[in-house]
Design a protein around this ligand. Sequence first.
Ligand code: PAZ
Length: 392
Amino acid sequence: MNSSASSVDATNSVPSTSTAFSTESYFQSQKPPPNLEDKCSRIQAFVDRWFNVSTKRVVLVTSGGTTVPLESNTVRFLDNFSAGTRGATSAEYFLSQGYAVIFLHRIHSLRPFSRHYSHSLNPFLDLLSIVSSQSASSDSNRDQIIVSPEHATRLLPVLRAYNAAQDAGSLLQIDFQTINDYLWLLKRVSGIMAPLGRRGMFYLAAAVSDFFLPEDKMAEHKIQSGHGTLSLEMDQVPKVLRPLVQEWTPEGYIVSFKLETDPELLIPKARAALSRYGHQLVIGNELHRRKYEVVFVERADYGNGVSSASTTTTPRKGAGDSRLKGVETPPVLNADVASKQLGEIYRETWLRLDDLVPGDQDGMDEVEIEELIVRELVARHARWLEASKKTP
Ligand code: PAZ
């Protein structure tokens, strides 16, 4: 690497020029990750298998944050906030709704099923007990490990759902780390899923960096601190939603997420994204309220999966293996609000868990907003598929 061209300026004296990358120039100039082909073969085999089951719907769930390395031999990187809860939890609910799930996740972020006993939430060893029994034929102790009865009740449905997904082969987990890994994988997966047509859904919950350091501007070795302050100038990540919607997988049902910290920006920015990229739905969430409320923003025209039926639905209590059991006041799905921006009519639908206490750490008993999100999406996706049958 040519250090004078670096956008990482440890001497704080070299202003560097930034480039506006188009999607095309990005993929021409940034190398694919080394293990891309291996991952794509696994994704291809998974999609081929479910393609032949004509009733099966397939969802790509992206999850976790992307890193932006500052050095090729990476010691330091910038990261996007995300624990992977939204993606991992939603993946479980998609599986329970009969979907085949490609779970594209940041390495070491939360995963479906194992999230229930992550080291911070429910440390694995805390679930276990030792049972000692004296062997009749010898004096030796035969110690056995069992799941403690108080945990077994909670673990059982998780284990059953996990085994069902394993037996059916309906969950494929593929990891990424950097923004470059993520972009390459998203492009390739969407191409692989394109033949599924409207049976494919894209649930883009990963927190994706808007800025990156192109290869030719990245320091090769660890940036040294001897020169004082560090200035960074990063290039903009191309907006890949546009080619995703228009070229890579034009028939898929595409759901993007919008995270904001200023609640005032949430709806205008979600509408702007819909208008710019032309996909089906944006789910808006505010950082601190994201576990308790989200807003669905969509165009109110017929045929995008929006239906007046969705305006009156109240989630059922205690359905199936739902964790809504035992909740005094059911979560509410607010009435839609339709309004106009940029010359188009948009509909906003709020999903709220009004009755939960923020900060409740017990992830196994609480109602999870992802259950409501997924249930709504499954209904919209079904209408979207149905609408295509009516269109000649
Ligand atoms: O992973 P998590 O549950 O901690 O957070 C989920 C989320 C806020 C990253 C997700 O809901 C989201 O909004 N993703 C898109 C973020 C973005 O605007 O890039």
